[in-house]
Ligand binder design. Structure first.
Ligand code: FAD
Length: 385
């Protein structure tokens, strides 16, 4: 009984890996009525390069992963485009840790510090599995908390340097902040492998994102010319009504759409850069710094949720749309969050593929504009029906 929306358009905010993948997903479903609004003058987001003394330096993502039972999509593309990478050999670390006062620590001293760090990590991983297996349990502690329980809190310069390598270096956060349950086991490394390859190519890691974008956005001499990609458009306001969404950018441009896919980072969401009207409940800044989402479910929905794993529920919450607003981005992928592959999968929505599984994959581009089928794809993708 819902009145049909005025158009079928979708606006994707952000042209990082997740925004480009979301656009590709729509495009491959034959759904071409979308635009991408990107604040920067380039695509790639946190995958970007800079120049120092004429040399290319990666300013964001550096490493690709390999050696595990599954293939990392980012690494597969890098291999296809022959991106130059260097294997990061951490095996020699024990001979390369310097004392504060100068000179190297003796190898055997560092090796025993590594053994303790390995034991700490094993304890943390087991504890994390126990916490996760507790039915309905929401218990979590920080990595530092698990080190305290193990009675092996790193102290002294060498232990702290080793602990930095094990934790802070990977999480980009200190152990007192990093959640044990969301860190161990490190799913990305379990799946794609622990062999890390440092991108050392003048074309930069961003070529991986360009490779994907060039598959469906028109381009000329490696420059994207597709009018659906609009650069230097910083979104400041997302105004949602019953039938549409109105988006305003910093330069005063106004866009109308039926749905919006927001792929900006958690940091941007936590700032006041984008004003949501009405305000999104989970972005209310009542508890600054707390990543809290409060959801109340009743009736059938509560029974359904009670019967599924906590992991699945969390994933659903992160991907739940708020009316016409849908969220993607590395942070919405509960398996590989914090990595380029997490962003890749967050834009490449499995639920759209479920739609195909149901045999509803009619070539939608051939549907007349505004037709029901075409509208339903957007609905399926965005509302997760
Ligand atoms: C220093 C650093 C090192 C990293 N190292 C690795 C690594 O080695 N390996 C790895 O796999 N991952 C690494 N990562 C993580 C990886 O880069 C990210 O997980 C991934 O690139 C995120 O992609 P995304 O599309 O979710 O978000 P983003 O890349 O952040 O894309 C969001 C886009 O939205 C745009 N935007 C923001 N606000 C607005 C607005 N108001 N209006 C319009 N557009 C807006 C941004 O400009 C950006 O282009 C690293 C990250 C950093 C910062």
């Amino acid at each position: 009984s819902r009145s049909p929306p005025p158009s079928d358009s979708v606006i994707i905010i952000g042209a990082g890996m997740s925004g480009i993948m979301a656009a590709k997903t729509l495009e491959e479903a034959g759904y071409k009525d979308y635009i991408i609004l990107e604040a920067d003058s380039r695509i790639g987001g946190r995958v970007h390069k800079g120049q120092v003394d004429g040399n290319t330096v990666e300013m964001g993502a550096n490493w690709l992963f390999s050696g595990g039972p599954k293939s990392s999509p980012a690494h597969e593309i890098a291999k296809k485009i022959k991106l130059r990478t260097l294997y990061s050999d951490y095996g020699n670390l024990s001979s390369n840790i310097y004392k504060q006062g100068g000179g190297l620590y003796e190898k055997h001293v560092v090796e025993s510090a590594f053994k303790v760090a390995d034991a700490r990590q094993e304890f943390g991983t087991n504890l994390s599995k126990i916490l996760s297996s507790k039915k309905g349990g929401d218990d979590d502690i920080s990595i530092l908390g698990s080190q305290r329980l193990f009675k092996q809190v790193p102290k002294g310069p060498l232990d702290l340097a080793v602990d930095y390598f094990y934790n802070d270096f990977e999480e980009a956060e200190p152990t007192r902040i990093s959640s044990l349950k969301n860190t161990f086991p490190r799913q990305l490394m379990e799946d794609f492998g622990e062999d890390s390859y440092f991108v050392a190519d003048p074309r930069g890691f961003e070529t991986v994102v360009h490779y994907i974008a060039n598959q469906f956005l028109s381009h000329n001499n490696n420059k994207i010319t597709d009018p659906r990609l609009q650069l230097k458009k910083t979104v400041r306001k997302i105004n949602q009504s019953k039938n549409k969404v109105i988006i305003t950018t910093e330069d005063g441009s106004v866009y109308h759409a039926n749905y919006v896919i927001v792929t900006v980072s958690v940091g941007v969401l936590q700032s006041d850069l984008i004003g949501f009207v009405p305000r999104l409940p989970h972005l209310e800044n009542e508890l600054p710094g707390e990543n809290m989402i409060f959801v109340t479910v009743t009736d059938e929905e509560s029974r359904r949720i009670e019967q599924q794993s906590e992991k699945k529920t969390k994933a659903e919450i992160m991907q739940q749309p708020f009316g016409r607003i849908y969220f993607a981005g590395e942070h919405t992928n509960s398996t590989y969050l914090g990595y380029v592959d997490g962003a890749y999968f967050s834009g490449f929505q499995g639920r759209l593929l479920r739609f195909f599984d149901l045999g509803l994959s009619a070539p939608l581009s051939r549907c007349p504009s505004g037709s029901k089928a075409r509208h339903r794809v957007a609905h399926w993708l965005l509302l997760g029906h």
